[in-house]
Design a protein around this ligand. Structure first.
Ligand SMILES: C[S@@+](CC[C@H](N)C(=O)[O-])C[C@H]1O[C@@H](n2cnc3c(N)ncnc32)[C@H](O)[C@@H]1O
Length: 377
């Protein structure tokens, strides 16, 4: 399956769009995440803005390159950019310096709904121009462009970036690991699971872990050529607290949500082979796995790693289960519809939301988000 052609967040501004259902994603956009995970969002915001400010004070580029990798098309996208630009401008205002010109590169897969972002740009420019001294007389000093393509490979020219931000994107692998299919007949070995579960044979978790290592090292290698010395990367992704060699999330972490999706699918899909051949291209790495890859690749230094639990607040939805169901649907819909057809989606996610609520009444879930700050050596 060609993920670059199929996988995309639900575009537009409709009821099931990512734009309207991305509030569970912990990101820099504090305003959006306020009801859902304020503590986590506060921390992410503080560390992210501090990282760009520190980098700016150290390097002081006249032309500052910022990339948002896996930007999607929700309200998070431009609000993140606005906050990064403001943070640098505040430093300049305090030190009575002219702000730099900003080059902003928005990246996502080519199937992303970039049009919705472009339509919001005039408002963003207007807002950014309010009351700020700009260095160039004729323009706004902020140049925003889209760079469609996979971040597992080169995206930008050499040494053009000072700050890379990526939230809720790097836990997506470049593909479902080929090692989870039998080498001879291609039959899936991860039966009755769509991700690593307690039922999975050891080769499944090994294959997922290998795929993560391959992808993340390629990500680092590609960025190492694009980010200038002293540049920073703030990477926010789902993670795992357990560190055992089986790579299983024994603490009812993020894999719980895939287990519930499997159970929901099993109530609706009668053909076993259809169900067994569906697996997600997702991996929640442990802190050690992330640090190991950074060390092995060698171009970046780990400045900070933090892990925190996402709060379980339903926000404006009737229950937390419904909120999770809406978010997971907006993210997984394209893949599920491709494999099982669109007809099952409404029932699937009704069931999914109910199951999440029922399970949470029995036992808690610890959804972990990892924040990693790297500096280019
Ligand atoms: C859950 S969204 C997160 C969006 C936004 N950053 C946020 O925090 O709300 C994940 C995004 O990562 C993108 N993505 C996944 N794999 C990617 C890849 N290999 N290259 C570029 N973007 C990718 C998806 O298309 C999707 O838009």
């Amino acid at each position: 399956m060609d993920l670059e052609k199929i996988f995309h967040m639900k575009g537009g501004l409709g009821e099931t769009s990512y734009s309207n259902n991305s509030s569970l994603q912990v990101s820099l956009s504090l305003s959006l995440s306020l009801n859902i995970c304020k503590r986590a969002a506060d921390k992410v915001k503080h560390i992210t803005l501090e990282s760009i400010e520190e980098m700016f004070v150290e390097i002081r580029p006249r032309s500052l390159g910022i990339a948002d990798l896996g930007c999607s098309s929700g309200p998070n996208t431009l609000s993140n950019i606005k906050q990064l630009v403001h943070a640098v401008e505040m430093v300049c205002n305090m030190q009575l310096h002219q702000p730099p010109e900003f080059r902003v590169y928005l990246n996502d897969l080519p199937t992303n709904d970039f049009n919705t972002i472009f339509q919001a740009l005039p408002d963003l420019y207007r807002e950014l121009n309010k009351g700020i001294r700009r260095r160039n007389h004729d323009g706004h000093g902020i140049y925003i462009a889209a760079y469609p393509g996979t971040f597992y490979g080169r995206l930008f020219p050499d040494n053009c970036l000072h700050f890379v931000y990526s939230s809720n994107s790097l836990h997506w692998l470049s593909r479902v690991p080929p090692g989870i299919y039998d080498e001879e007949d291609g039959v899936p070995v991860n039966k009755k699971s769509i991700y690593i579960s307690e039922r999975s044979p050891p080769r499944v978790s090994e294959a997922y872990s290998r795929q993560f290592q391959e992808d993340f090292s390629l990500f680092l290698k590609s960025r190492s050529q694009e980010v200038v010395r002293g540049g920073r990367m703030v990477l926010i992704l789902l993670g795992r607290r357990t560190t055992g060699p089986d790579h299983i999330d024994h603490l009812r972490g993020n894999s719980f949500f895939w287990e519930i999706l499997y159970q929901s699918l099993a109530t609706l899909v009668a053909q076993e082979d259809k169900l067994d051949s569906y697996d997600v291209h997702f991996y929640a790495p442990s802190r050690e796995e992330l640090e190991d890859e950074v060390r092995k690749e060698g171009s970046f230094k780990v400045e900070l790693v933090d892990m925190f639990e996402t709060d379980k607040d339903a926000g404006n939805f009737p229950s937390y289960g419904v909120a999770v169901a809406k978010t997971v649907r907006s993210i997984q819909e394209s893949m599920l519809a491709h494999h099982f057809g669109e007809a099952i989606l409404d029932k699937l996610f009704d069931h999914y939301g109910r199951l999440v609520d029922q399970e949470l009444e029995k036992q808690d879930v610890n959804s972990i988000t990892t924040l990693l700050v790297l500096a280019r050596l």
